[in-house]
Structures are given as structure tokens and as C-alpha cells.
Design a protein around this ligand. Structure first.
Ligand code: NAP
Length: 342
């Protein structure tokens, strides 16, 4: 039985990856941190399964900044695969908390590389990098030859971490790879992410709660995929003969305005957009009621450019493709929110 260690197992990706590796027959260890509210909701179903929890799934308390505890866990677990997913993952918030973002995303990744380097047998390491390393890119779509030009503290931190992974691969011979992942969503996405906010608003509207919501830049465009599919790519990257980075993306960009239409349409509601810029709003085409309005509060200080990834290398070398995107992704997200009401 292979042993894997996941940092960030309580997060969106970590929870799907935990399920995926358990289904593949792995013994899975996850690092969890103490919070004043119990933060295991995404893996509660695994914890509640007596055949899994304590048998093939084990949780260990540590914080990314508590390097002594991390070192002890890595030593005791002796994983063959490490999936390093933990860290502050909200781009907008990284402007509010830049120092802790840098500490968690950059310095902690370096600590994990150092810990792994010192183990008697170094594990294979997956590092969760991000399309935000490209910031405002000079090429569309982006691939591994695209220059890093981050535009926010989160992107800067991921540039440092991704670069360090490359250094440790070259200089110390570690099997460490970065997945430069574009946005991937799911019903388990944090509630302060825009896709989740919109899917949940569409479901509430469908259920009769007609409270309008506020959103930021409707012209912002993203390459949005579906998280459960992305974790399979993480695993495939560690199963290769040689360590290499990959861009993980759908290859398609959707504007926020279109994504909103897809979500409300999935809930059976047609929208009309009125006005422009900060005056723009969407109304229910049938009742004329306001569904959402634009608010400056949700605009990023600097928005990233046309971030859309070129997934051809992942298709060719991993046999991996992001299948769920666009209208289908909106349907999956909204249906999950509607089901949660029942
Ligand atoms: P997420 O849902 O925000 O999960 C983050 C995880 O990190 C949670 O388990 C969180 O624990 C843990 N964590 C945060 N700070 C920590 C600390 N100081 N010590 C220990 N654990 C800590 O993020 P995600 O969407 O699953 O993303 C996983 C990784 O992929 C992140 O590194 C993210 O930056 C990267 N990424 C994500 C996307 C995407 O679209 N989802 C795209 C590109 C890259 P709590 O549950 O206790 O908060």
C-alpha cells in the first residue's frame, strides 16, 4: 500500500484528492490545523467511515508555519508521495494579508522542500502552483514557456514557490513537480469565491429567496474547470518517470457575465443585463426584479490579464483533459446548491 501525505486535506482540492487516493488503495495522511471552529466539513464523510478513518486515513495536527511539527510528521509518516496543497488560496485577500500569504505559500513550500531533502528516502512531491504566476501575460494561451509576471501578492508567492521547486529538482535531484493550475471549482469551493457565490445565488433565487447579490468586474474572464478532475492530474504527474511541470487548464475562457447567465439558466431563470460599468445590473427577465448589481467593493486592485492555459502538454503526456467546463460546469455547481436545499 502506497503512503501519501496531503497538506491542505481539509480544503477543496485536498478533500477530493484524499477521496481519489483512498479509492486507488493508498494509505492517506493529512495535515490539519487547529481552528476555533471545527474545520473538517469537506472530509467529514471520510472521518465518519470506520473502514477508512483510523484504518487508511490518518490526520495529524500542524500548521504550515510550525516547521518542527511538520518535520516530525514527515519523518514518522515516511510518505512516498507528498501533495503540498495548503496555504492561503484567495487572490483578492492576498492584498489584505500579504505577509501571511507569502509566509504560507512561499516560505512554507521551501520548508517542505528542505524537510523532504533531509528524509532518508525523499518522497515525490506535487506542488500546487497557479495560473496567477502569469499575471498579465504577453501570450494567450499560456504554456510553460510563458514568462512569470505576477500582479498580486498571491501570484508573487507562487512564483517564488514554483521557482524553488525547479531549483530543488535541478540542484538537489528531488522529484518535485508544479501543476500550474487554472481556476477549478466545485460545490466544495469556499463561499467567498465568485463561482460558489453565484451558483448559490442562482439556487436561492430558484427556491424563492429573491435577495440581490453584488459582484465585481463582469468583464473579468477565467479558465474555469472542475476540481475533482484536476486532482487526477496531480496524481498522474507524480506517476511519471521524470519530474516535469504541467499547465492544468481547460483551454477555454469564460467571462463572468456569461458564467452568471449559465448559472441562472441552469436554475431555470433567464436574465437581462442593463446599464454599463458600475451601473450595470442583471434583472430576472420574467419578473423584472433585480438579481445582481456591480459593486466596486468586489473589484480587484489590479485584475489579471487574459489567463487561459494551453493544456496540450497535459493531454499529450498525461492523457488528461478537463472535461467539465462552461455551461456544464455551471449546471453541476447549481444543481449541487439546489440539492443542498432539499
Ligand atoms: P482551499 O480550499 O483554500 O484549501 C486550502 C487548504 O490549506 C485548507 O485545507 C486550509 O486549511 C489549508 N491551510 C491554509 N493555511 C494553512 C496553514 N497555515 N497551515 C496548515 N494548513 C493551512 O484551497 P484549494 O482550492 O483546495 O487549493 C489548493 C491549493 O491549490 C492551494 O495552494 C491553492 O493556492 C492552489 N490553487 C488552487 C486553484 C483553484 O482554482 N482551486 C488554482 C490554482 C492553484 P483550513 O481548512 O483549516 O482552512
Amino acid at each position: 500500500m502506497k503512503t501519501a501525505l496531503i497538506t491542505g486535506i481539509t480544503g477543496q482540492d485536498g478533500s477530493y484528492l484524499g477521496e481519489f487516493l483512498l479509492a486507488k488503495g493508498y494509505e492517506v495522511h493529512g495535515i490539519v490545523r487547529r481552528a476555533s471552529m471545527f474545520n473538517r466539513s469537506r472530509i467529514e464523510h471520510l472521518r465518519a467511515d470506520p473502514k477508512v478513518y483510523g484504518e487508511r486515513l490518518f490526520l495529524h495536527y500542524a500548521d504550515l508555519q510550525d516547521v518542527t511539527s511538520l518535520r516530525r510528521i514527515f519523518r514518522d509518516v515516511a510518505p512516498v508521495e507528498v501533495y503540498h496543497l495548503a496555504g492561503q488560496s484567495h487572490v483578492g485577500l492576498s492584498f489584505a494579508v500579504p505577509e501571511s500569504t507569502l509566509q504560507e505559500v512561499s516560505v512554507s513550500t521551501l520548508s517542505i522542500l528542505e524537510i523532504c531533502r533531509d528524509l532518508p528516502v525523499s518522497p515525490r512531491i506535487y506542488h500546487a502552483s497557479s495560473s496567477e504566476v502569469f499575471g498579465i501575460p504577453d501570450t494567450v494561451p499560456q504554456d510553460l514557456s510563458t514568462a512569470f509576471r505576477p500582479e498580486n501578492p498571491y501570484g508573487c508567492a507562487k512564483v517564488f514557490a514554483t521557482s524553488m521547486c525547479r531549483v530543488y529538482r535541478r540542484v538537489h535531484g528531488l522529484f518535485v513537480v508544479s501543476g500550474i493550475a487554472y481556476n477549478h471549482e466545485s460545490p466544495r469551493r469556499g463561499e467567498n469565491f465568485v463561482t460558489r457565490k453565484i451558483a448559490s445565488a442562482a439556487a436561492r433565487w430558484h427556491a424563492g429567496d429573491h435577495t440581490p447579490i453584488e459582484v465585481g468586474n463582469l468583464d473579468a474572464a477565467r479558465d474555469w474547470g472542475y476540481a475533482p478532475e484536476y486532482v487526477e492530474a496531480f496524481w498522474k504527474m507524480l506517476g511519471r518517470e521524470n519530474p516535469e511541470d504541467f499547465v492544468l487548464a481547460t483551454g477555454e475562457m469564460t467571462r463572468l457575465r456569461d458564467f452568471i447567465c449559465h448559472c441562472f439558466s441552469a436554475a431555470g431563470i433567464d436574465l437581462n443585463f442593463e446599464g454599463q460599468g458600475l451601473e450595470e445590473r442583471a434583472v430576472d427577465a420574467e419578473s423584472g426584479k433585480e438579481v445582481l448589481r456591480v459593486s466596486e467593493r468586489f473589484f480587484r486592485k489590479v485584475d489579471t490579464g487574459n489567463l487561459v492555459g494551453d493544456p496540450s502538454k497535459a493531454k499529450e503526456k498525461l492523457g488528461w483533459k478537463a472535461e467539465t467546463r462552461g455551461i456544464r460546469l455551471a449546471e453541476v455547481l447549481v444543481q449541487a446548491e439546489i440539492d443542498a436545499f432539499v
